[in-house]
Ligand binder design. Structure first.
Ligand SMILES: Nc1ncnc2c1ncn2[C@@H]1O[C@H](COP(=O)(O)OP(=O)(O)OP(=O)(O)O)[C@@H](O)[C@H]1O
Length: 258
């Protein structure tokens, strides 16, 4: 379907942020469409993670607008941004390493669990019902991410590749519409990277969500992304299909230098 006829799930207009005298991102325009896997690439320090931090409202943009399903995100804090439907993983995996694998997934469910502190303290019927449902949903997520056999293992004892999976499973527990992955293949061996790529596709197909990923592994980006945005010095350098990006002289210059 032609993109012009589709509503973007996320639209960024003239987005920018300054840190003191440093303009980290400027004049960024971007549209992410439903069920699309998008790549956000660019040389070190180009502003990619800063964009994620603005989309998740960890940073308040200095300029510009972010719309999720047409709704302005300006007033949202990070918790509200997550509730609105944006989930993320981090460059350096962040898990609750002393908690079990399944409990890590359950921590992602606070967005939609409906019991109060009162219910929890007095273990009311509602609490027990919600807990049972959360347990079931967490088990289903573990199955999808091939982590069922590790459910009761401490997260810190999982091999690296599985920790990445768990981090994504936990992000999916928030029931996002848009999933942001910050360098998901970092530190992975070729076999783990291959499995990761298959999993990213499975996640998109199963949950029918949009995915935006930052990645330095160009092979991964070119093979998995349907659309790519390139940042350089905080500004949009190019956007298009993997083929267009690969053949763009400006992009080649930014990566290889003059
Ligand atoms: N909280 C902050 N305070 C000051 N400067 C910051 C802050 N966050 C990011 N920056 C600066 O913004 C610029 C963009 O950084 P960012 O981490 O977004 O780049 P990146 O493209 O993700 O880089 P990499 O590929 O190396 O992870 C850098 O110059 C960085 O030092």
């Amino acid at each position: 379907m032609a993109e012009e006829n589709r509503q973007p799930i996320l639209e960024v207009q003239d987005l920018g942020i300054d840190f003191g005298g440093l303009t980290a991102v400027n004049n960024l325009n971007m549209k992410i469409y439903p069920e699309q896997i998008d790549g956000l690439i660019g040389p070190n320090g180009a502003g990619k993670t800063t964009v994620f931090n603005m989309l998740t409202k960890v940073y308040q943009p200095t300029r510009g607008k972010i719309f999720l399903e047409g709704k302005d995100m300006e007033k949202l804090n990070p918790v509200e941004a997550s509730q609105a439907g944006i989930a993320r993983t981090f460059q350096n995996i962040r898990l609750f390493y002393n908690m079990s694998v399944i409990d890590n997934v359950k921590t992602g469910m606070h967005n939609h669990i409906r019991y109060s502190n009162f219910d929890a303290i007095f273990r009311t019927g509602r609490f027990r019902r919600e807990e049972k449902e959360a347990e079931k949903e967490a088990e289903e997520l573990l199955e999808i991410f091939h982590l069922s056999q590790y459910a009761s293992l401490t997260a810190g004892n999982l091999p690296y590749g599985q920790q990445r999976r768990l981090e994504i499973a936990r992000a999916m527990a928030t029931r996002p519409k848009l999933l942001l992955l910050d360098e998901p293949a970092a530190g992975m061996n070729p076999q783990e990277t291959e499995e990761l790529m298959a999993m990213i596709r499975e996640v998109r197909d199963h949950f029918k969500i949009a995915i935006l990923l930052i990645e330095h592994d160009m092979q991964l980006v070119m093979r998995i992304c349907e659309h790519i945005t390139v940042l350089n010095y905080g500004m949009l350098l190019a956007e298009g299909t993997p083929q267009e990006i690969q053949n763009n002289p400006e992009v080649i210059k930014a990566y290889i230098g003059d």
